[in-house]
Every structure is written in C-alpha cells, then in structure tokens.
Design a binder for this molecule. Structure first.
Ligand code: NDP
Ligand code: GDR
Length: 340
C-alpha cells in the first residue's frame, strides 16, 4: 500500500485529494493544526476510515515537520498547507511568508535531513497568482512571473526552492501551477463561494444585497475535484516536471455573478459604472449586487487564463467540469444546505 502525507488536509483541496487517494488504495496521513474548535467538516466522512491518520502540526514548526516525516516516511507528500487568501496576505505578510514560503523549505529540508530523497515524491501547490501582472496571455509553464501580493511572493519562493531542491538533490518534486479551482467546499470568503452563498441567501429572503470588490477581474475557474487528479498524475510520471493546470477559459467576476443568480432563477441587469455599479433584479427592481471598495486589493491581478496543453499532452489530463456545471453545482449545493 502506498502512503501519502497531505499538508492542508482540512482545506478544500485536501478534502478532494483525501477521497481521491483513499479510492486509489493509499494510506493517507494528514497534517492538522490544533485549534480551539476542532473543525474537520470537509473530511468528516473519511475520519472513520482506518487508512486515514491525522497528526497535529504546523508548517511553521521545523522540528514537527522533521519528526512527522521521520515517523511516516511517506511515498508521496502533497504540500497543500498555506495561508491561501490573497487579500488576507496583505494584512499578514510575514506569517504568509513563513507558512507558504518557509514552510515549503522546511518540508524539503526534512526530506534531505532524513535521507528520503530517493523515496519521497513531493507535490508543491503552486499557483497562477505567480503570473500576477501578466507578461503573456495565455499563461504557460514558460511565462515569466510577476507576483502582485505577499501571498504570491511567498509562493514564488516556494516554487523556486522546489525547483532548486529537485536540481540540487535529485528530489522528485513538482510544481503544479494551478489556476483557480472551486467547489461547494470552497472557503466562504473566496469570491465564487461568497457569491453562491449570497445567491442562496437572497433567493430565500435571508440577505438583501451582495457586496463585492473588483467585478472586472478575470479568472480561469475550474472544479477542484478535477484538479486533484492532476496533482497525483504529476507524481506518477517518470521524471519530475512543473505543469500548468487550467481550463483554458476565462470569465469576469461579473459573469460569475450573472450565471450564479441565473441558476437560481434571478435575472440581473447592470447599472452604473465603477464603484457605483450595481446589479438589479429585473423582476423586482431591487439592488441585489453592489460594489464596496473595501474589497479592492492594493495591487490586483486583472487577468488569468491558463494554457493546459502540456498537462494534456504529458499527463493526459483535461478538465471534466465546464464553467456552467461548476456554477450550477455550487449554487445548488448552497441552496440545498440552506434548506437543511
Ligand atoms: P484552503 O485555504 O482551503 O486550505 C488551506 C489548508 O492549509 C487548510 O487545511 C489549513 O488549515 C492549512 N494551513 C494553513 N496554514 C497552515 C499552517 N501554518 N500549518 C499547517 N496547515 C496550515 O486552500 P485550498 O485547498 O483552496 O488550496 C490548497 C493549496 O493550493 C494552497 O496552498 C493554495 O495556496 C494552493 N492553491 C489553491 C488554488 C485554488 O484555487 N484553490 C489555486 C492554486 C493554488 P486550517 O483548516 O487549520 O486553516
Ligand atoms: P484569488 O481568489 O485571489 O484569485 O486567489 P478570490 O476568489 O479571493 O478572488 C478572485 C477575484 O475576485 C475579485 N473579487 C473578490 N474577491 C473576494 N475574495 N471577495 C470579494 O468580495 C471580491 N470581489 C471581487 C478579487 O479581487 C480577485 O480578482 C485564489 C486563492 O485560492 C489562491 O490561494 C490561489 O492561489 C488563486 O486563487 C489561484
């Protein structure tokens, strides 16, 4: 039985990856942080599975990482743990650098210190945020990086230290440069989930208006369930390489809003521009979407559009879920959750 350690197992991707690896017959270990309320909601259904073991730890604690790696000696490590919110990283830049940047170094160093270079393969959760102020569209594995947030700068360090440890110590380590991927398990303050929760609330009369920041930002949005397969595929190749994982389509936040409300039977009409822009319910005439500048970022990433050709050719990976299917799934799940 192969073994895998997932850091960030309690997050969106951690939950989908846990299911994926258990289905493949893996023994799965997960790193969890101690908190005053232990919330493992996303992985609750797997907690009774004997093949899943949780370990307390933190990416900011080297001795903890070394001890865990020494005890588990996993065949594969998926480093998903991160302070993953771009907006919040402007408020917590030092912590973000520590967890997202240095955390990756700690993991790679543990492999080296323990002599696991030939045993343990590493997946590093890199991100399309590395492209930031984009230098080329669509973005591929060869597009230059230009990070636009403390989060992206920390992830840039993690990207390059992964490449360096691969080249210097022959560790099988891959960067998955994943574009935005969403699901009903998405954190509630990321824009897609914030929108689908608001749609369910507004539909049920529990909320009047949805306040958002930049409606013009464009993202290449896919489904998280499709993307975890690509993480695994990278570690099954003959040689370690970095891959862009994306859909190859881009949409504005505004389009996501329209599509999500339409899924709940609400038709939106846009009025005004800039911070005065609002979305009106065509049937009732009520303002149900408005811009609030508090959600603008000090530096924004305006356009992301990935080129997943290499992943298709070498991994045989393609997204299965379309943009409309993704929005539909998220809205329906949030409507159902409210009913329950
Ligand atoms: P989430 O924010 O849903 O999950 C992050 C996970 O990291 C949680 O389990 C969290 O634990 C854990 N974590 C945070 N800080 C630490 C720490 N210091 N020590 C240990 N664990 C920690 O993120 P996603 O699942 O969406 O993303 C997974 C990874 O992929 C992240 O690294 C993210 O940056 C990256 N990524 C995500 C993309 C996306 O669109 N989703 C796109 C590209 C990259 P807790 O539950 O305790 O908070
Ligand atoms: P992102 O995701 O920053 O791309 O990072 P997010 O959903 O937070 O923002 C996407 C775009 O929407 C705009 N936006 C808003 N964003 C939020 N959160 N809240 C709002 O109210 C709002 N209004 C408009 C943002 O300005 C932005 O342009 C995600 C994370 O999962 C990262 O960890 C990951 O690396 C990248 O995706 C790829």
């Amino acid at each position: 039985m192969k073994s895998a350690l997932i850091t960030g197992i309690t997050g969106q991707d951690g939950a989908y990856l846990t299911k994926f690896l258990l289905d493949k017959g893996y023994e799965v270990h997960g790193l969890v942080r101690r908190s005053s309320i232990e919330r493992y909601d996303r992985i609750e259904e797997f907690l009774k599975d004997d093949r899943l073991t949780l370990h307390y730890g933190d990416m900011t604690d080297s001795s903890n990482i070394i001890r865990l790696m020494s005890d588990i000696r996993p065949d594969e490590v998926y480093n998903l743990a991160a302070m993953s919110h771009v907006y919040v990283s402007f408020d917590t830049p030092e912590y973000t650098a520590n967890a997202d940047g240095m955390g990756t170094l700690r993991l790679l160093e543990a492999i080296r210190i323990l002599g696991l270079e030939q045993k343990t393969r590493v997946y590093q959760a890199s991100t399309s945020e590395l492209y930031g102020k984009v230098q080329e569209t669509p973005q591929s594995e060869t597009t230059p990086f230009y990070p636009r947030s403390p989060y992206a700068a920390a992830k840039m360090y993690a990207y390059w230290i992964t490449v360096n440890y691969r080249e210097a110590y022959n560790i099988f380590a891959c960067n998955g440069i994943l574009f935005n991927h969403e699901s009903p398990l998405r954190g509630e303050t990321f824009v897609t989930r914030k929108i689908t929760i608001a749609v369910a609330n507004i539909k049920n009369g529990n909320q009047d208006c949805l306040y958002l920041g930049n409606l013009d930002a464009k993202r290449d949005w896919g489904f998280a369930g499709d993307y975890v397969e690509a993480m695994w595929l990278m570690l099954q190749q003959e040689k370690p390489e970095d891959f862009v994982i994306a859909t190859g389509e881009t949409r504005t936040v505004r389009e996501f809003v329209e599509c999500a409300f339409s899924e709940a039977g609400i038709d939106i009409e846009w009025q005004g521009t800039g911070i005065n822009e609002s979305g009106i319910d065509r049937t009732t005439g009520q303002v149900i979407v408005a811009v609030d500048p508090q959600f603008f970022r000090p530096t924004e990433v305006e356009l992301l559009l990935g080129n997943p050709t290499k992943a298709k050719e070498k991994l045989g990976w393609e997204r299965k879920t379309s943009f409309h299917q993704l929005v539909q799934m998220m809205v329906q799940e949030d409507l159902k959750r409210l009913e329950n």
